[in-house]
Design a protein around this ligand. Structure first.
Ligand code: OAD
Length: 241
């Protein structure tokens, strides 16, 4: 991988935030084991019972608001600063990559720290850690009901962010897939397409995933430890130069 430093893109999922105490979706303690996505993370669920959806989102927002970026988030930010990493394409909505100092972050599934009006479509940034107090937050411009600006099941990923992600992937030679089950499309098409185009997929995950069989290198373990080990190798490399 040495000659490819600088042409690496990170593709991240809930597992990179697990060490910050934010539950993942699938797996043993995953949110989708305890909650039904169709009752909380679909436009139909929001239309049926917006209070319930907002109350679940406020709970998740409070959890994230109290969390710090993990070692893995911080290492990715440092690699970007050093020119080793092109950027991060994330499925996460928690904003922890930006908190850690990453600048090029493409959020495929939106952001929990942004809301969108269901009536006029206006978007508002809440800022990290600002959890709406109202049971049903309303649009300052038209009074319409606001919703979290995240991608729910059955909704499209924004074309702009997907194209931006494809552009970043096209410049990379190595895809570092960290903490994702690879179970959700179209996000997972990015690493799959990259492998088809001859790029190297490196997986960082304690478990086998849908992407494992495509990975040239599988680094089994929590992302903090594994990226820490990779960061030490990078340090050694730069001391040879
Ligand atoms: P998942 O919950 O599907 O997968 C989390 C992955 O993280 C699993 O493969 C775990 O093995 C791994 N993992 C757990 N702890 C880890 C650690 N300490 N270090 C590294 N990896 C660890 O989460 P995503 O793949 O992000 O979509 O899920 C994709 C999408 O499904 C989410 O964005 C969300 C969800 O429904 C929407 O909300 C639209």
């Amino acid at each position: 991988m040495r000659e490819n430093w600088g042409r690496v893109v990170a593709f991240t999922g809930a597992g990179i935030s697990a060490e910050a105490g934010i539950p993942t979706f699938r797996g043993e303690n995953g949110l989708w084991r305890r909650y039904r996505p169709e009752e909380l993370a679909t436009p139909q669920a929001f239309r049926r019972d917006p209070r319930r959806v907002w109350s679940w989102y406020r709970w998740r927002m409070s959890l994230i608001a109290g969390a710090e970026p993990t070692r893995a988030h911080r290492i990715l930010a440092e690699w970007e600063r050093k020119g080793l990493l092109l950027g991060v394409v994330t499925q996460n909505v928690d904003g922890l990559h930006q908190r850690a100092g990453s600048r090029r972050v493409i959020e495929l599934h939106g952001s929990i720290w942004r809301v969108r009006c269901t009536k006029c479509g206006s978007r508002f940034d809440l800022g990290f850690g600002n959890v709406p107090e109202e049971e049903l937050p309303r649009c300052a411009l038209c009074g319409g009901l606001l919703r979290p600006d995240v991608v729910w099941f059955g909704e499209q990923v924004s074309t702009d962010s997907f194209l931006e992600a494809q552009e970043l992937f096209s410049r990379a030679e190595v895809v570092l897939s960290i903490g994702t089950s690879g179970a959700v499309m179209p996000a997972s098409m990015l690493p799959i397409d990259a492998v088809e185009r001859g790029k190297i997929l490196v997986e960082v995950n304690p478990e086998e995933t849908n992407l494992s069989s495509l990975a040239a290198v599988r680094l089994r373990g929590p992302s903090g430890r594994i990226l820490g080990e990779l960061a030490s190798l990078v340090e050694e490399d730069s001391s040879w130069r």
